[in-house]
Design a protein around this ligand. Structure first.
Ligand code: IDC
Length: 465
């Protein structure tokens, strides 16, 4: 059920001098005005999600605060994005973040939140921006559902990147520049220290043009002869693969592939150095997503959160608008493999906006109880499956077709993006290419393993951007 209202603040003075004088006695005062489009984009038992588009109809501002009162005292903001959210009584406040504080005349900013509710879910009747009421509204309809006021449609494009542009998190979804929830499907590299020769013009052309992959995950191990042994080589190689993905219209997930040791804090200084470099270098690009810790293990959620809250500001300082993905406890199982669950994250989320949480699975090892966790968590947390295998968690063993199919059907239904481990010719059943492939130049379907053929058949179907 979708509802929207437009709270139009023409009276706040944009056009009519008389109105401006009325509201702003000082002749030199800046014109102020605002419009708010509030859309309930999703509802479920006890909760809802709302998008709030704020348009500045006055002069440019360099800081803003939006305030509104929920008509039902049971309504509460649970998790907000693209602003700092707080609530006092039934009044909610959203204040600009560092990166969206400037709002030009006529510019809009898209905020949103998931909320809890004890019953009715009427929409707020009025909004203020910097203390001034965004009035002139016809008033919300709480009984007649209307179509959301999304005015933009994705620009048609021949590649995933051209079609979607800069990504951001909206609610529990990954959204494109037109604010539409999208799913990206693609492949992960293997460790660059071992399989670098697999990422060349021919293999990446095949991935983009034959597989129709939307994304390349660049797995940069930190240990095991990875980044720590030669930071500049690995940093440069990651950057060059970002460019190769961009040239082919694919997104690039920069994966800081921590694995052993499992506590990402062991690599905190390396992470800061690495992400400061890649974020500065790639800030202007629209195809980059940062994954800050592959699979935390043997570490508490509090430890992971602390790491994330130190690394994310380093990225934001250089590249403020990129999506960041945070690994989760128990090898990115949302805690399940450690006997925990997503509750620990919901109770203590990372204090940052525009982020998602990692979930990984290996189809032969992780089945129904993991799938039910994902179904439950996906309505509350933005999830990204940055890695999955069709086989067992060792990366080997038999392919589990029925579990893989159940997983990918679920991810499609929930619009959760994914990357498969691995686009490589490793001699292990999780690899998509037969051993020896990367020594040649043929990356056609004749070179695919059983896993490669299955994953390609899913990744290559038309996108629904
Ligand atoms: C595996 C590789 C294997 C390598 C091993 C240790 O397939 O060649 O020897 O790592 O580095 C993960 C990890 C990923 C694993 C993969 C399969 O993120 O690095 O790759 N896996 O075991 N989590 C669950 C499974």
């Amino acid at each position: 059920m979708k509802r929207s209202i437009a709270a139009l603040a023409a009276a706040c003075a944009t056009v009519l001098g008389s109105a401006a004088v009325l509201l702003m006695p000082e002749a030199s005062a800046a014109a102020q005005g605002c419009r708010v489009d509030y859309t309930v984009t999703n509802q479920w038992q006890g909760g809802f999600q709302a998008g709030v588009k704020v348009t500045n109809l006055g002069d440019a501002v360099t800081g803003w605060s939006l305030r509104f009162t929920f008509p039902d005292s049971g309504q509460k903001v649970a998790q907000g994005w693209n602003a700092t959210w707080s609530q006092s009584g039934s009044t909610a406040t959203a204040t600009n973040t560092d990166w969206n504080r400037a709002l030009a005349s006529g510019a809009s900013v898209d905020l949103g939140f998931t909320g809890t509710t004890t019953g009715a879910n009427p929409v707020p009747a009025s909004f203020t921006l910097n203390g001034l009421t965004c009035t002139g509204t016809t008033g919300p309809s709480t009984t007649t559902p209307t179509t959301p006021t999304t005015t933009t449609t994705p620009s048609p494009g021949s590649t995933p990147l051209a079609a979607n542009g800069q990504l951001h998190v909206c609610g529990v979804h990954l959204c494109n520049e037109a604010n539409r929830a999208i799913q990206l499907r693609g492949m992960s590299t293997h460790g660059l220290q071992w399989f670098d020769e697999c990422y060349n013009d021919a293999s990446l052309d095949a991935l983009a043009n034959d597989w129709h992959a939307d994304l390349l995950r660049i797995a940069m191990y930190v240990q095991e002869q990875g980044y720590e042994t030669n930071p500049s080589w690995f940093t440069n190689r990651v950057n060059s693969l970002v460019d190769e993905a961009e040239e082919r219209g694919m997104y690039a997930v920069i994966d800081f592939h921590t694995l052993t040791p499992g506590d990402p804090n062991y690599n905190l200084d390396r992470a800061k150095t690495f992400f400061a470099a890649v974020a500065a270098r790639n800030a202007a690009k629209k195809n980059v997503v940062y994954e800050i810790a592959n699979e935390p293990n043997g570490v508490s959620w509090a430890g992971i959160k602390s790491y994330a809250e130190q690394v994310i500001p380093v990225i934001r300082a250089a590249d403020p608008d990129a999506v960041v993905i945070v690994g989760t406890r128990g090898w990115s199982s949302l805690g399940v493999s450690d006997g925990s669950s997503e509750t620990e994250i919901l109770n203590n989320p990372v204090n940052a906006t525009n982020i998602m949480y990692t979930f990984h699975f290996y189809a032969a090892s992780h089945k129904d109880n993991y799938r039910s966790t994902v179904s439950r968590a996906a309505v509350k947390l933005p999830l990204f499956v940055t890695e999955f295998g069709t086989v067992s968690a060792t990366g080997g063993g038999a392919l589990d077709q029925s579990s893989t199919t159940a997983w990918l059907d679920l991810l499609d239904q929930l619009k959760i993006s994914y990357a498969n481990w691995t686009y490589s010719d490793a001699d292990e059943s999780s690899a998509a290419l037969r051993p020896g492939t990367c020594a040649g130049s043929d990356y056609g379907s004749g070179r695919l393993t059983e896993s490669g053929a299955l994953v390609r058949s899913r990744v290559s179907t038309p996108d629904s951007f």
